[in-house]
Design a protein around this ligand. Structure first.
Ligand code: SF4
Length: 454
């Protein structure tokens, strides 16, 4: 990739796990009542057709990783587990009372924080409590994020017995200097052990998360990490760009200096060379920053054009309703988004008062729904079309005009009623989505709120 293209297009921009993106939600015109109404409508439309997804946020971590952008609470006290599980089950109960029918669960994802901070017994209590009030859809997919340092064979076994078949492990980088800088020391042997346990027990999709652009990381580190990863052959890989946003994340990202973080051309080289190495090992590029072996469902979904993207990133199955349970979780009814309380005491208070702990959200307009679909198409299939009248929108002419320069730069092709991103344009997919982002165009952020696109 040429340096001039990187310089030209490396700007601050969203990662588009939603549209509109969270900073552009119109909170003034949102209410809990609207959230309930839009959720009920969407649930009635889709529960019996495709089921619903649940995202459950388990926010506790035993120590703070300095690269982390998640909403977490660092503590070594495990007496926080039981009240938290009870609160999440109460939240689920409130949703079940709201919905007219028994939910049919297609997907459960346990994210964090560190789900494996919780004991086996508490995780069992959580999942059994959730499933006691629901049916399970055919072809269901249950997954969780495991920390290589504290996932036990018992965790893996108990969750497998409850229907979990996917696990993702945060690896980041195997170099010790990098691991110390990000305050996440975990030797290869730990990752190897938890990966092998998952295979032995019968998990069918094992994913590793790698990160490029970390402090002190160089090309040799990235290639070494990929080669070690390849010896374990995870079915799926995320190869993320480290989002250096200390002005948002505060002290958590200040365990190193700005100049320790690889930037611009160097950072892009880490990605480009890392990607080459992954492709050479038989992985296929799927959407943005994701790779999979051809045996994995995500690869099949990408080829079938059914890949979907939501707040958790890419997923191989789509449901119209995703309910987020737990501290700071985001829910999506397709017609609206809603985010839970981020303060733990306030979250507990809401539930004690029998209130769903949603504190902000956005109801999507007709225009939002169309743009959302275009952005999803671009992120999941690298093309989008307005040949269907229902996908056309008033400002399409301006959007296409803005893309002409990207066409000259070889990033995409503009056809009569669609655009197709070229191979060269794939790393710039966020920039291309930004051309469609009417909220961003109408109200440019006054300060930098997003990470850099490249
Ligand atoms: S990276 Fe994971 S384990 Fe580390 S602080 Fe963030 S959520 Fe916790």
């Amino acid at each position: 990739m040429s340096c001039s293209l990187i310089q030209k297009y490396n700007v601050a921009g969203p990662r588009y796990t939603s549209y509109p993106t969270v900073p552009y939600w119109e909170e003034a015109s949102f209410s809990l009542q609207q959230w309930k109404q839009t959720l009920k409508r969407s649930f009635d439309e889709s529960n019996h057709v495709e089921g619903i997804s649940l995202y459950i946020h388990l926010p506790f971590c035993e120590s703070l990783c300095t690269f982390c952008g998640c909403h977490k609470k660092v503590t070594k006290r495990h007496d926080v587990e039981q009240p938290y599980i009870q609160a999440v089950l109460k939240e689920w109960d409130l949703y079940c009372q709201l919905l007219a029918d028994r939910p049919i669960i297609k997907e459960i994802h346990l994210g964090g924080g560190t789900p494996t901070f919780f004991s086996v017994e508490h995780l069992q209590q959580l999942i059994e409590g959730i499933l006691a009030k629901a049916n399970i859809a055919d072809g269901y997919e249950f997954s969780f994020e495991g920390h290589p340092n504290n996932t036990t064979r018992e965790h893996l076994h108990a969750l497998y017995e409850l229907g979990f078949r996917r696990v993702s492990y945060g690896v980041q980088d195997y170099n010790e200097t990098v691991q110390k800088a990000i305050h996440r020391v975990q030797p290869f042997e730990h990752v190897e052990r938890v990966t092998q346990w998952a295979r032995e027990i019968g998990y069918t999709s094992i994913s590793h998360d790698l990160v490029f652009g970390l402090p002190f990381q160089n090309l040799a580190d990235v290639l070494h990490t990929i080669d070690l990863t390849n010896t374990l052959m995870p079915d799926r890989l995320a190869f993320y760009s480290y989002a250096h946003v200390p002005w948002i994340k505060g002290n958590g990202q200040r365990g190193f200096k700005d100049h320790d973080v690889p930037k611009d051309g160097m950072k892009r080289t880490l990605y480009e060379e890392g990607k080459k190495q992954l492709l050479a090992h038989g992985y296929h590029e799927i959407g943005m920053d994701h790779f999979a072996l051809d045996r994995d469902e995500m690869y099949k979904a990408f080829h079938a054009g059914t890949l979907h993207r939501n707040f958790m990133g890419y997923t191989s199955s789509k449901t119209q309703v995703m309910i987020g349970l737990g501290l700071s979780s985001i829910s999506d009814s397709w017609y609206s988004f809603a985010q839970n309380e981020k303060n733990l005491d306030a979250y507990y208070n809401c539930l004690e008062n029998d209130e769903i702990p949603v504190v902000k959200g956005h109801v999507l307009s007709v225009e939002d729904l169309k743009i959302r679909q275009h952005i999803l198409n671009l992120m999941c299939t690298f093309q989008t079309s307005w040949s269907d009248q229902a996908m056309d929108f008033a400002e399409r002419g301006d959007v296409i005009q803005q893309l002409v320069e990207m066409q000259h730069d070889g990033l995409l092709n503009i056809e009569a009623d669609r655009i197709v991103i070229t191979e060269q344009g794939k790393p710039f997919v966020r920039n291309i989505c930004m051309a469609f982002d009417l909220h961003l165009k109408r109200r440019k952020p006054e300060t930098q709120i997003f990470s850099m696109t490249i």
